[in-house]
Design a protein around this ligand. Structure first.
Ligand code: ATP
Ligand code: MG
Length: 555
């Protein structure tokens, strides 16, 4: 049993299992460390499922830590959305923490490095510092301020903190080695002056630690055992370890895994922000966005996102995952849970001539054949219905099992009907389909002996409610817009939103709840949108029943 469990472990789980076995740790502590400068996206979901998943599997806990060391891009709106998204995904953090809570501790850490002769205040401009860095193939040069005395450095650093110097005039740098093979070890900047308002510490500070002098130190303060980040931080690991060693603080360890991206979309907060700001989408939670809030509004169940992240797993090679796989998990969840209902998106009138005008009956229809506890609902039937225009052809064709003159179909949950005629308006457009029904063919008590191949959905005209329906498609026309030549905005799919302003829906849907997902039979899965109100119902299409994108693309 142990063996088969071990086989399914990913490489980080293997490391952890070993660390627990050897007694290196009794429990593990992980963290999810978002920078609150945007909404979380599907890539973050992968990191969330990994970090929180590890402490579900192994003893320990996960912190939520906001990496809020950059005052100019961070906002409380983002903090709130991040918390909501993690909870919605189904995870609980042990502590809600902020790197900014550690500002005075980080300041003390910097002072202790100065005292050890391991940091100095540099008056070089950013251009000069860049020049001093050298290149990967040539060594750098020392700053002329590198050999300032410890006393001088302590004095200047405290005056930086007191706001005596303008932005950009001084930095605090680690004193390591300007000839180091790792460029990030060539006297990296630890602190910069930035007289900016911070979303939590307000104007208390005018110097802010750089990411590299905040992240590892925050991990250490929280006694994070396994600090998991993405591959681009591999070169940062050396400084991460250096600082922990020199500061003699808790030895957190960094591990890297490859970013997970999804095709036909973008997973960069900066670019997603641009889509919002330039109004290419309605908002961060536009249902076309790859954000967690967008997927929630689109009707994706959290379990589908978790299953998707588990399936794609983690690895060391960056890859782009097919969005079709995510949609597969969405369908899998919704198939189990969504009530089947009827909605007509492109309505045409159908009249049953032998059903008494003005009378109606309630038919009892099963909500979800996949769910025994799903129950039944009443759906009113009458002689005037709406059906889909595409379910009718003016002339019978081979293998056409829907309506055409002389053809018979079953109306879902109701009767078999036979088309006797159709009408056109003055413009020559189809305006009405005329049918007769077979009274003995009622669903559940059919004694007609007639077998038909097609079943179509319908709603009763006098009972129907109307709704706006929003159909979504890929946000981008190409698989990897970020990798294309030129601006990624050029690759936006201009047909990604189609609005049907008036569809007819069965009356049971008029009391749909926000976030409730339905299968509109034969049409896909739909969810009530947050902008819906009793005067105007709005449904978003979550996903079609089957993938027809590949077909459209001619693949
Ligand atoms: P972005 O480039 O979108 O701004 P980021 O890495 O700067 O992403 P953070 O807020 O720093 O965003 O990310 C929080 C955590 O999520 C980090 O540990 C980061 O490595 C991880 N993460 C971000 N994007 C992905 C992704 N595409 N796949 C896996 N993990 C990711
Ligand atoms: Mg980041």
């Amino acid at each position: 049993m142990m063996d088969s469990a071990a086989e399914s472990l990913n490489f980080i789980e293997e490391i952890i299992e070993n660390d627990l076995k050897t007694g290196k740790y009794k429990q593990i502590v992980t963290r999810f460390p978002p920078e609150p400068n945007g909404y979380l996206h599907i890539g973050h979901a992968s990191s969330i499922c990994l970090n929180f998943g590890l402490t579900k599997k192994f003893p320990g806990y996960t912190n939520l830590r906001f990496d809020d060391t950059n005052p100019s891009t961070e906002e409380t709106e983002y903090v709130d959305s991040i918390k909501e998204d993690i909870q919605w995904l189904g995870f609980e953090w042990k502590n809600e923490l902020y790197a900014s809570d550690y500002f005075s501790q980080l300041y003390d850490f910097a002072v202790s490095l100065i005292k050890k002769g391991l940091a100095y205040v540099d008056d070089s401009t950013s251009e000069e510092i860049a020049k001093q860095k050298g290149t990967p193939t040539s060594t750098g040069t020392n700053s002329i301020y590198r050999d300032r005395t410890i006393e001088k450095n302590l004095d200047l650093f405290s005056r930086m903190k007191n706001g005596e110097f303008p932005d950009g005039s001084k930095t605090l740098r680690a004193k390591i080695d300007m000839a180091h093979t790792n460029m990030l070890m060539r006297d990296p900047i630890l602190y910069r002056i930035k007289k900016a308002h911070h979303h939590r510490t307000s104007d208390t500070w005018c110097i802010y630690p750089m990411y590299d002098f905040a992240h590892g130190q925050s991990d250490s303060i929280e006694h994070i055992t396994h600090s998991i980040c993405t591959m681009e931080f591999i070169p940062h690991r050396e400084f991460y370890d250096w600082a922990i060693e020199k500061l003699e603080i808790y030895p957190s360890q960094q591990y890297e895994f490859a970013r997970r991206n999804v095709n036909y979309t973008i997973t960069s907060k900066r670019k997603l922000l641009q889509l919002v700001q330039e109004k290419h989408v309605e908002s961060w939670d536009d249902p076309r966005m790859p954000t967690i809030s967008g997927m929630r509004r689109r009707g994706y169940p959290p379990a589908a996102i978790r299953n998707f992240c588990d399936r794609i797993g983690i690895g060391k090679r960056e890859n782009i995952v097919d969005i079709g796989l995510l949609e597969f998990f969405v369908r899998e969840e919704l198939n189990k849970s969504a009530a089947r209902v009827m909605a007509v998106l492109d309505p045409i009138q159908l009249t049953i001539t032998n059903y008494p005008d003005g009378s109606s009956e309630n038919l009892s229809i099963e909500n979800n054949p996949e769910d025994e506890a799903g129950g039944h609902r009443e759906v009113p039937f009458s002689n005037k219905l709406w059906i889909e225009r595409e379910d009718f052809k003016e002339e019978m064709e081979k293998k056409w099992f829907r309506l055409a003159p002389g053809a018979m179909v079953r109306l879902k949950g109701a009767y078999i009907i036979k088309c006797t005629d159709f009408k056109k308006n003055d413009q020559g457009e189809l305006s009405e389909i005329i049918c007769e029904y077979i009274p003995e063919s009622k669903s559940g008590s059919d004694v007609s002996g007639i077998h038909v191949k097609g079943t179509i959905h319908w709603v009763s005209q006098i009972h129907a409610a109307s709704a706006e329906i929003r159909l979504y498609d890929r946000l981008f026309k190409v698989e990897n817009p970020a990798a294309e030549e030129g601006d990624f905005l050029e690759y936006i799919n201009s047909h990604s939103l189609q609005i049907i302003s008036k569809a007819y829906i069965e009356p049971s849907l008029s009391i749909a709840q926000l976030g409730q997902t339905f299968q509109f039979i034969r049409k896909g899965y739909f969810v009530l949108d947050r902008n819906s109100c009793s005067d105007k119902l709005i449904f978003n299409r979550t996903v079609t029943l089957k993938d027809n994108w590949a077909k459209v693309q001619g693949k």
